[in-house]
Design a protein around this ligand. Structure first.
Ligand SMILES: Cc1cc2nc3c(=O)[nH]c(=O)nc-3n(C[C@H](O)[C@H](O)[C@H](O)COP(=O)(O)O)c2cc1C
Length: 202
């Protein structure tokens, strides 16, 4: 088990070109999406939404909005991860509904007051996007476990993507683009700093 987990992390790499004719199954896609859904989130507010794009013309248009990076158009499915913004308002029905799950009954009011103070002091858009990146990491790991490849794409024009997908910019920000498929390239050697340079054991 311990080795299996690390094998999966070693297996994942940023794929720069997918085999355009190799389609992933709906079952596999849904497992990847489920890994996103089950991810942890600050205040349990599940700040993400996923738009799974598999139509060829839409993937081509998305590629253009991602500075023409070929891994976007060649992927089997491109998951566009949206970060909620308006729904995170402390007075929203959404916040009350989700926080009531963790803080039932009389516990809800003080929890909402705490969240209201946090919300006022925080760059909510950046915070929401950060939660989405946690979901994205889990989705990439799940994909690798299924033998699929991915590439996190942070290089995109958010306004172009919103226009393309009809996203309301008052409600959602584009967090990350995640193409999923079968890679056309072999995995490069992992380049990482050693733990000795990264960790202090105290
Ligand atoms: C938030 C984020 C944004 C990224 N954006 C891009 C991108 O726009 N284009 C790209 O080719 N790779 C992108 N990457 C992939 C990284 O370049 C890659 O993960 C890193 O170089 C390490 O290589 P590895 O993933 O193959 O281990 C991104 C990765 C992350 C986490």
């Amino acid at each position: 088990m311990k080795n299996t987990i690390l094998d999966i992390f070693h297996r994942r790499y940023a794929c720069h070109a997918f085999l355009p004719d190799r389609v992933i199954t709906r079952t596999d896609l849904d497992i990847v999406l489920e890994a996103g859904r089950l991810s942890p989130s600050s205040f349990g507010l599940e700040q993400w939404k996923f738009v799974a794009v598999s139509k060829a013309d839409e993937k081509t248009a998305l590629q253009a909005a991602c500075f023409n990076q070929p891994q976007v158009g060649s992927a089997s499915t491109v998951v566009v991860i949206l970060a909620k913004t308006a729904e995170l308002d402390p007075d929203s029905e959404y916040v009350e509904r989700l926080m009531a799950r963790e803080y039932p009954g009389a516990a809800l009011a003080p929890a909402l007051a705490n969240y209201r103070a946090f919300h006022a002091a925080t760059d909510i858009k950046a915070w929401s996007i950060a939660q989405c990146h946690i979901a994205a990491a889990n989705m990439m790991t799940a994909a690798a476990a299924l033998g699929l490849d991915t590439c996190a794409i942070g290089g995109f024009d958010p306004e172009a993507i919103k226009t393309l997908l009809g996203i309301d910019g008052d409600r959602h920000e584009i967090a990350l683009i995640l193409p999923v498929g079968y890679c056309a390239d072999l995995a490069p050697e992992k380049q990482r700093l050693p733990l000795s340079e990264l960790v202090e054991y105290r």
